[in-house]
Design a protein around this ligand. Structure first.
Ligand SMILES: *Cc1c(COP(=O)(O)O)cnc(C)c1O
Length: 385
């Protein structure tokens, strides 16, 4: 099966992990801070907090922004469930803003209208989770301006977007947000097996996330309520978690970070070949903002109504030929858990229309030309007039 995405692990990556296994620390050692500094530096953020996965990073980001019971968090319905679940972990309510059918990210007009209605009803969200779907950055200037006008905190779920440029600046700089989250799951741009990171320009948010990552415990005298208890003293100041990243994960992540640019270049080369080879088929090919540089986590086509087969049939045809096409994503509000919270099919029509036609084609840095030819030929066989 040609998967829709997979990791590319080199001998150097393996060597980096093995050397940690031979070292003094498997966790809480020197490699996690090195990985944090390297990512922060590459993205132009002041602080980075590495955690066990991006879901944990989103959870800590919401907690650091004081999201809690009675509060509201908004996100896109077209995302992985974790972008919404993080607010539920905090006891907050979730709502969604429908997508723009071209960018597939949160619609700026929809966001503006919904914020104005919420302001009139005195029911503004405390946090907005903006998702850079497929690695294509959201219009962050517009989101930032709206969030400032209404006093809403912004988290960028950049699980798809490490290495992306937004108007020439790296995603992760947090220029237009409070916190940006990356995922290092094996299907993402770079991997640490499991792993995630939260970046921010604000020292207070970074300190809070670092503390919550490790049980809510501090060892800094300045933070303690009883700093004179002894040189062994630590204090649990609030209820935290064990969301730590291991040294093995950080070593893999740090080694993979050195390969980020070649990975991105490979994804762009493959996407350009899809753009050209599929241009005459009844597919809507993914739009990319010429002012940005996508990280191209996903290459999602939409099967047009005039196509001889629909999305489901095309999906089956590809799978029969050993091609692991996929669908990203089933709109979050239609999941049984969210329906039980009151959402229904029909609530976010652009998201649902997108989902009915969307198909993710295989795209990963180590994909060979021969594998891509197999995908292109299968699509042409199913769709060419
Ligand atoms: C992968 C993903 C996550 C969760 O990442 P994990 O590291 O697996 O927890 C969150 N949001 C989006 C948009 C994702 O694609």
């Amino acid at each position: 099966m040609i998967p829709y995405g997979r990791q590319d692990v080199s001998e150097a990556d393996i060597e980096a992990v093995v050397s940690v296994l031979r070292s003094d620390f498997l966790t809480q050692g020197p490699v996690v801070p090195r990985f944090e500094q390297a990512v922060a530096q590459r993205c132009g953020a002041a602080h980075a907090v590495a955690v066990s996965n991006a879901t944990a990073a989103l959870h800590l980001a919401c907690l650091a922004l004081d999201l809690g019971p009675g509060d509201l968090c908004w996100t896109s319905p077209v995302t992985f469930v974790a972008s919404a679940n993080c607010a539920r972990y905090c006891g907050a309510e979730v709502d969604f803003v429908d997508i723009d059918p071209v960018t597939r990210n949160i619609g700026i007009g929809a966001l503006e209208a919904k914020l104005e209605a919420a302001a009139r009803a005195s029911r503004l969200p405390k946090v907005l989770v903006a998702v850079h779907l497929c690695g294509d950055p959201c219009d962050m200037e517009a989101i930032h301006a709206l969030s400032k006008r209404h006093g809403v905190a912004v988290i960028e779920d950049a699980s798809h977007a490490i290495g992306a440029l937004h108007r020439g600046e790296p995603v992760g700089s947090c220029r237009y947000s409070d916190i940006t989250v990356f995922s290092f799951h094996p299907v993402k741009i770079i991997t640490s097996a499991e792993g995630g990171m939260a970046l921010t320009q604000r020292a207070d948010l970074a300190r809070r996330m670092a503390r919550l990552r490790s049980h809510g415990i501090t060892r800094e005298a300045a933070e303690m309520e009883h700093p004179d208890a002894g040189p062994w003293a630590y204090e649990q100041l609030e209820l935290g978690f064990n969301y730590r990243m291991t040294e093995l994960q950080a070593a893999l992540g740090l080694s993979q970070l050195q390969r980020l640019q070649p990975f991105l270049d490979a994804r762009h080369r493959l996407a350009a070949r899809y753009d050209e080879a599929l241009a005459d088929l009844p597919l809507t090919l993914p739009w990319r903002d010429p002012r940005d540089r996508s990280a191209l986590h996903l290459y999602v086509v939409r099967v047009r109504p005039e196509a001889p087969v629909d999305r489901a049939a095309l999906f089956a045809r590809l799978r029969e030929r050993g091609i692991g096409a996929n669908v990203h994503y089933i709109p979050v509000h239609t999941q049984p858990y969210y329906r039980r919270l009151g959402f229904a099919v029909g609530d976010f029509p652009q998201a649902e229309r997108y989902h009915a036609e969307a198909l993710s084609l295989p795209l990963f840095a180590a994909m060979t030309d021969a594998q891509q030819t197999t995908v292109i030929d299968a699509l042409r066989g199913a769709l060419a007039a």
